[in-house]
Design a protein around this ligand. Sequence first.
Ligand SMILES: [Zn+2]
Ligand SMILES: [Zn+2]
Length: 145
Amino acid sequence: VDVTKVDDRGRLDTIRDRVRARGRRWTVAKGAVLETLLDQPGHLSALQIHEVIAARLPQIDRSTVHRVLLALADEGVVHMLGHHGQTRYGMADQPHHHAVCAACGQVAEIPAHLVDLLVTQIALAVGYDLDRVTLTGRCGQCGQP
Ligand SMILES: [Zn+2]
Ligand SMILES: [Zn+2]
């Protein structure tokens, strides 16, 4: 048994309970979108999410994926990032920061505990109330010669 998958299942169950507790609908499409996001490291575009889902559930079209993502963003389950002229979606249930590839726009999650102390110090230094840090550079693929 893959330990990560078991964790993801628990995360998905918690999110579903939270969505239902708010009186929102839980649908097959919602579950499929969230499973896809939990399955991938980093953040995906609506198109990438649809490509993964369509292989398994061809009845879920691109506009449904889009609508579900907007609903999930509204419910605070996912959050949107705009980089490289493309909106990407990531899970919002665990605090994290972002590493963005300046060449291809790929986004990786930086666990909050790695940079929280630094963020606090920077916030003091610049007098901003900072909640999220974005580091840019090149991803493993784009950095290859
Ligand atoms: Zn994120
Ligand atoms: Zn890249």
